[in-house]
Design a protein around this ligand. Structure first.
Ligand code: FE2
Length: 328
């Protein structure tokens, strides 16, 4: 059989000079990644979430990213990340926030309105398609354990997937990592400072166990996730898990001895021997260009100053209002 390639890219989140915050190097790094993806000439492009820095409030960031992806000329499918919609659900305030006046963990829980907004730009929240003997399936893991109507719809769809005849290879795409250390680890406690990030980057029970059952019952070969910005590969219960690199900035260096926060994306080659993954590092990494502005993290609306925007066009349309999902 002829070998062929697919690419997985995630966590590009370039942001926008129209926003209340901007790190221009993230845009430059995404441009470098686009050039290298074109050069890699994949047959399929998988996009693993966090396409935007603030797509959960800025529809225009999602539409700009859709234009970028359309411009690559490669068939692509997208799963959302928490920056594009909202976070996985938390029921208590987390412990790490620098200024409680600027942050509200529970208020960041993903909502149905955010999910609809994403789906209007990028299509269904869960999908599955076959390409040359490989089945690719992706879903919106922020709904897991949320109790939202979209969670029920997801599990109904998942049950249908488990009933389908198996493909030779089955690759799953999600945003959060399923687990930090192992699939049967206890839930991490977001009120404990030493475990906040473990909680933030992974999926809680009972959904985690149900997802593991789904992967087993559908003959998963490989599960690719984003969100952490630290590349790692491991095998659990016979399934390979790839934690994808980011194109924007690295995180969590040192959490695992085998984690690598270097920027880039993954190129997979499918051949008669199986599926081999290769890290493609960004060849031109920009650390700083221009003067960044704005607050980090997930700030509350009151902490967002659109008067700082380099491009005032969006702030003008707001005219001092807080943006909503209905804004263009
Ligand atoms: Fe994320």
């Amino acid at each position: 059989m002829d070998s062929w390639r697919f690419v997985h890219v995630a966590d590009m989140q370039p942001g926008s000079p129209k926003s209340f915050r901007y790190l221009p190097q993230l845009t430059e790094n995404w441009r470098a990644a686009q050039r290298q993806i074109r050069a890699a000439a994949p047959e399929v492009l998988l996009v693993g979430g966090d396409l935007t820095r603030d797509g959960n409030v800025h529809r225009f960031e999602m539409e700009e990213m859709r234009a970028d992806l359309d411009g690559l000329g490669v068939p692509y499918r997208v799963v959302p990340g928490n920056m594009d919609t909202g976070n996985k659900h938390i029921r208590v305030a987390g412990c790490h926030r620098r200024n409680p006046q600027q942050y509200d963990d529970v208020g960041l829980n993903v909502t149905s309105a955010q999910l609809r907004n994403f789906a209007e730009v990028f299509g269904p929240l869960q999908w599955s398609f076959d390409h040359r003997g490989v089945r690719f399936s992706g879903f919106t893991d922020m709904v897991v354990n949320s109790g939202l109507p979209e969670e029920d719809a997801f599990w109904r769809w998942a049950e249908e997937q488990a009933r389908r005849p198996r493909a030779r290879h089955h690759i799953w795409v999600m945003h959060y990592a399923l687990f930090v250390e192992r699939p049967d680890e206890p839930d991490w406690d977001p009120t404990q400072p030493e475990h906040y990030h473990d909680w933030y980057f992974s999926v809680d029970r009972p959904g985690r166990g149900r997802l593991m059952d789904l992967f087993q019952s559908t003959g998963a070969t490989l599960v690719i996730s984003g969100h952490i910005h630290c590349r790692r590969a491991l095998v659990a219960d016979g399934i390979r898990f790839d934690y994808a690199p980011s194109t924007s900035f690295g995180q969590w260096a040192g959490r695992w001895p085998d984690g690598d926060p270097a920027l880039g994306f993954m190129v997979y080659t499918v051949s008669a021997d199986g599926i081999a993954g290769r890290f493609e590092p960004l060849r031109e990494v920009v650390q700083a260009v221009g003067e960044p502005y704005g607050v980090g993290g997930h700030p509350l609306p009151a902490a967002r100053d659109y008067g700082m925007a380099w491009d005032p066009s969006y702030a003008r349309t707001l005219n001092g209002r807080v943006p909503t999902l209905q804004d263009p």
